[in-house]
Design a binder for this molecule. Structure first.
Ligand code: 5GP
Length: 192
């Protein structure tokens, strides 16, 4: 059986990755989502196993030591990682999988799986990111400061990606994301 394809979505906080991902999953079948592990606290409205697997720093550290992560990184002061087992199972079944991970994690995955398709989602400007982060109100002012500070560095790494999507309009950007994934599926790029 042919292995599935790995699609990575990255981009700064406030770019609209979550919104575009939800639209993507509504439009395309046969696409799995990799639920990451994190030491970050659960936000109101989030659910264990759907948004993340929430673990303590101790548990996360044990998983790192026992080599359970495909990639992991410290992002905005918390640890986030992709468990190898889930990704391996989906790819082995010949199904495609989407990872939503940061720029450092993306680089790690690309080394292991050069066939992974890396898509960077961004907003038209840092000011726009700030407006969106304020608007969604899910972060404390301190968390927002950290995310905005990190955004400038993250945006500089857009050139490392296969495709950059500027989320200036959700309808247009989501169509671009869906079409990008469809075109890579057609081209037959697969993981080794
Ligand atoms: P948030 O706390 O807003 O859900 O996510 C913060 C950042 O962590 C986002 O940039 C998100 O893409 C990244 N992230 C989420 N899961 C993972 C993961 O498993 N690995 C890595 N490297 N980054 C992740």
């Amino acid at each position: 059986m042919k292995r599935g394809r790995l699609f990575i979505l990255s981009g700064p906080a406030g770019a609209g990755k979550g919104t575009l991902r939800n639209i993507l999953f509504g439009e395309l079948d046969d696409l799995a989502y990799s639920v990451s592990h994190t030491t970050r606290k659960m936000r109101p409205g989030e659910a264990e196993g759907r948004d993340y697997h929430y673990v303590s720093r101790d548990e996360f550290g044990k998983m790192v030591k026992s080599n359970e992560f495909l990639e992991w990184a410290e992002v905005h002061g918390d640890c986030y990682g992709t468990a190898k087992s889930g990704v391996e199972r989906v790819l082995g079944e010949g199904r495609d999988i989407v990872l939503e991970i940061d720029v450092d994690g993306c680089r790690q995955v690309k080394e292991i799986e050069p066939g992974a398709v890396m898509i960077f989602i961004t907003a038209p400007s840092i000011d726009e990111l700030e407006n969106r982060l304020k608007g969604r109100g899910t972060e404390t002012p301190e968390q927002m400061d950290v995310r905005l500070r990190d955004a400038a560095a993250e945006m500089k790494r857009a050139a490392e990606y296969d495709r950059v999507i500027v989320n200036d309009d959700v309808g247009r950007a989501s169509r671009e994301l869906v079409e990008t994934i469809k075109s890579y599926r057609k081209a037959g790029r697969r993981c080794k």
